[in-house]
Write a protein that binds this ligand. Sequence first.
Ligand code: URP
Ligand code: ZN
Ligand code: ZN
Ligand code: ZN
Length: 468
Amino acid sequence: MSSTRTLIQGGLVITAADEIHADVLIEDGRVAAIAAHGSAVADSWTADRTVDAANRYVIPGGVDVHTHMELPFGGTFASDTFETGTRAAAWGGTTTIVDFAVQSVGHSAREGLDAWHAKADGNCAIDYAFHMILSDVNSSSLREMDRLVEEGVTSFKLFMAYPGVFYSDDGQILRAMQRSAGNGGLIMMHAENGIAIDVLVEQALAEGRTDPRYHGEVRKALLEAEATHRAIQLARVAGAPLYVVHVSAEEALAELVVARDKGLPVFGETCPQYLFLSTDNLAEPGFEGAKYVCSTPLRPKEHHAALWRGLRTNDLQVVSTDHCPFCFTGQKDLGRGDFSKIPNGLPGVENRMDLLHQAVIDGHITRRRWIEIACATPARMFGLYPKKGTIAPGADADIVIYDPHAEQTLGVETQHMNVDYSAYEGRSVTGQVETVLSRGEAIIDRREFTGRIGHGQYTPRGTCQYLG
Ligand code: URP
Ligand code: ZN
Ligand code: ZN
Ligand code: ZN
């Protein structure tokens, strides 16, 4: 921890609530005070180090609440470790991740959590927390949920997809929701009808439709919408709140809108890939489409406008990455001749803040909404606010100096994620991270990595801050 005083001077400080030309004083790793630039108060401050932020934005570090470092999937492991993945996150202006610890079938949730701590502890460049994937909902894992919530693992992902792997049936889902209604946990749902999808997969393969693009065709938007609808009704029966992860289809979003218009505590997340990529990418020739295989799948680009609208109207509250990278060579390869064997997931933890800033430039969202969906709301949704997600006295000094005028081209040559391709290769964006502070320490300093593996601290979470 730094015991020095740092002053960030002359930038435009943007939070979910405000935009002000202000100086930010940091002491002992936390924001000590904010005062209008040029005011008598700000001019009276002295510091050991001054960061010039003129013509830059001063924004909270990004909070990415959906990552899968080292996830075992499809006979292989996501290619970013906690070390490489959190370093890449820092480069992209993200200072907190919430990763998914996995309970495996036949094992306890505790074992899964211990295994994730063993992977992450001492290896992270930024702060981190965990959700728990429950793959085996039974009487003992239901009991374990209460203890996990008390310990700061306050959210649980369930899968209506992937039968035989992560899948829970409706009875298991209902029981987990009932438990969360009692213990304050938040159920996160992968909403796709996996049983029906598996029938369509089998039929496609039997008919010789084996290319990556069929991954998108069998995982139908209607089957995302159906599962979303079912999850919402089960949550209502249980009296539990619900957070639907990686919403990609307009029809699924429509189910969230109906629920929210009834005033139900139903929340939704989408990811950059569903806003910027489409089935056109899945259809790229020569197996290139495998680079874009993830679940829920990419949709036709006609869905983009609905998702942007949902983000503007707050029917979707969060943009996270679902960062789950697999190399094209040696991993995505496993599915040549059978799309169902392509490991599911896309790299993106480094790209989220920039892509969403481009969305500001393109007029989809405002600057403050950018910070709201990428920093403040994810922190509130998962019990990390105001320690994370804002710039305010007492908050951790997780702060990004962002150059809104810098031009950059995204691609594998310049990225830091441990994967051999970029899903955004050649895409030009305006805006770039310049300096990143994590609890007051510069971990990126004028586009040089100055952080340290092991700097990142495990951060137990409170419960969802949108519930009474
Ligand atoms: O394709 C994806 N999203 N892989 C990661 C696992 C999940 O379902 O989030
Ligand atoms: Zn075991
Ligand atoms: Zn999922
Ligand atoms: Zn995921």
